[in-house]
Design a protein around this ligand. Sequence first.
Ligand SMILES: Cc1cc2nc3c(=O)[nH]c(=O)nc-3n(C[C@H](O)[C@H](O)[C@H](O)COP(=O)(O)O)c2cc1C
Length: 355
Amino acid sequence: MASVPCRTKRGFCVSSYAAASLRGPSENSIGSCDRLCRVTSPELARLPHRPSAVDLRVRVGSLFLENPIIAASGTFGYGLEFAHIVDLNRLGGIVVKGLSRQPMAGAPAPRMCETPSGLLNAIGLQNIGVEAFVSEKLPELLRYKTAIFANVFGCNVSEYVEVIRVLEDTEGLVGYELNISCPNVEKGGAEYSTQPGLTAEVVAAARSVAKRPLWVKLSPVIGNIAVIAKAAESAGADALVIANTYPAMCLDVHNRRSRLGSTSGGLSGAAIKPITVKLVYEASRVCNIPIVGLGGIESPTDVAEYLLAGASAVEVGTAHFADPRASEGLIAGLESWCQDQNIFEISSLRGALRV
Ligand SMILES: Cc1cc2nc3c(=O)[nH]c(=O)nc-3n(C[C@H](O)[C@H](O)[C@H](O)COP(=O)(O)O)c2cc1C
């Protein structure tokens, strides 16, 4: 007879994977407790209590990633800026800063301010432009075996298409992340991801030129996420990235001005996590394409929450401002957390929420 720690109060003990992998009832698959459970099944007793190795590999559509941790666009530069302190080869992927057709100077300072459990930013999509990225950054980035994604945006549909066209002539990128939380200047400034018609138009145009996997990054403020998610899927998205920052304001009451150089900005960090987890859950119930979740991820259990809600992988953003090694640390932390939970394969968590 052996004892294994019971991890749950919901009657499915033996710390997830081990019990899930056994067919048929066992003594400890019933009931709930916080104490050590007695295991009488000889089959169960032979199972290792703490896996020595955890399979962290995940699949997002046609792409296989070494682990589910991807550095989020805008919070990790072009990746190279972090190479002296982070082992870039460890990361599941890197999404570079959003790229436009021409270089952009961005918004006036100050561009960031801290909020309770969050960060408000108005960077104004500053970037070096797609051509400089291709000639100055990409060759060096490709020395790493990490999956590199280009985040793409534009002020109108043809700009999105032009950026992708330039990137299509290059080697090595594994895919595109289309940031559609941008105002369409030709359609009265409405954001692409706020209307299903605009979403479909920009995704279909990008799809028509993109031979690589096309991930579409949604705004979180879109009314009914199911409608926008389906519009992106039908127009040819290979995966959805949920989500971008939340429009927000932060004021200095003494000088009666915004605390940013711009009037408002985008809220990110721990404060947004529960709201975005719900969006991932809702989208995963209506879409057949994979979802990459992001918003406020700081710990292994944050990652697990997104996976349980239906994400196949996650991105880490604001956490890099507190700790530039946050993504790398999360990979080690996730492995250790899985071992404690007797989870052999991280992908077994995807969509495993009990409702
Ligand atoms: C300073 C900063 C710059 C960002 N720049 C971009 C960007 O260029 N393109 C983009 O799609 N998202 C951008 N984002 C949004 C993040 O990629 C991410 O979607 C958001 O911050 C939520 O995740 P988090 O809470 O982990 O930061 C930026 C976020 C921050 C904080």
